[in-house]
Design a protein around this ligand. Structure first.
Ligand code: 8IG
Length: 272
């Protein structure tokens, strides 16, 4: 097996090949990465044809956070444009785990190498904008990276003007015109922000803040995939309400919104 850290793209190709052999599907069309609290939203997709541990594929690390499953599923769904093979990652690796960016973006790269032209990245996050309420889904329009790092190495000057695809944002808003759009700030964590940092991020133009999605979006887009990002606001960011932040609160808000999120994802997949 190739060393993930030596040649991450080759390892992603190996993972994609293993995925094809496990599922018997030459290629997958769309991938969903399900963040904290989003996992039960997959019930709307029905029964997967295959489910296995992410660590069955080369390059994946075992999960370390409650609610981040480390499980991969494959579905075959009937869409408006025929049958679709959908790859679903239950859980992801985060930058705060301290293993570098390669394992963080490995799922997204594997999905592109498996044939996915569209990657849907979901997450749970803090709401910075005072317009948001807990349990509200927000479409990511753009991001601000606060981590001073990139999954890309070398002279890969990839354009990010339309990173969060206008076409996909329009498509999902057609399904649900009440959906808001916002700018997502990527924070390394694992500590949440201080109230002063949230004030700073708001001043910079961020509406949402979380610890995922951005590296995966960049890595997948650099390989040619179209990205849809959806955040679920599971807490008001630090200092917004004066309440303390807890991971339990995040999981509860996610569970409460899961039904609506699942329906939304199913409709979007159906129309891709
Ligand atoms: I869920 O308030 C969730 N993830 N950085 N800040 C950051 N990440 C988060 C938050 C939050 N809530």
């Amino acid at each position: 097996m190739a060393d993930l850290y030596k040649d991450p793209i080759a390892t992603a190709q190996e993972a994609a090949d293993k995925l094809a052999s496990i599922t018997g599907k030459d290629k997958h069309d769309v991938a969903l990465v399900m963040g904290s609290g989003w996992i039960s939203a997959t019930q709307a997709l029905g029964q997967p044809t295959h489910e296995f541990a992410a660590t069955d594929l080369p390059g994946f690390l075992a999960p370390t956070v409650a609610g981040h499953g480390g499980v991969i599923r494959s579905y075959t769904l009937d869409g408006a444009h025929g049958k679709q093979n959908v790859l679903v990652f239950l859980g992801r690796t985060h930058l705060y785990e301290g293993k570098g960016l390669e394992p963080v973006v490995h799922g997204a790269r594997t999905a592109v190498k498996a044939g996915c032209k569209v990657i849907v990245l979901t997450n749970a996050c803090g709401g910075i904008s005072l317009d948001y309420t807990v349990g509200q889904p927000v479409i990511i329009r753009d991001h601000i990276s606060m981590t001073a790092t990139s999954p890309l190495i070398g002279a890969d000057f990839v354009d990010l003007t339309d990173l969060y695809s206008k076409r996909l944002r329009d498509l999902i808003k057609k399904e649900d015109p009440t959906l808001a759009e916002g700018v997502y700030a990527h924070w390394r964590g694992p500590a949440y922000e201080t109230p002063a940092e949230i004030k700073m991020l708001r001043t910079l133009g961020a509406d949402l803040v979380g610890m995922s999605t951005v590296p995966e979006a960049i890595a997948a887009h650099a390989l040619g995939a179209e990205i849809l990002g959806i955040s679920l606001v599971t807490n008001a960011a630090a200092g917004v309400t004066g309440e303390k932040l807890s991971h339990t609160e995040v999981m509860e808000a996610g569970a409460a919104a899961a039904g609506r999120m699942g329906e939304l994802l199913r409709k979007v997949l159906n129309n891709l």
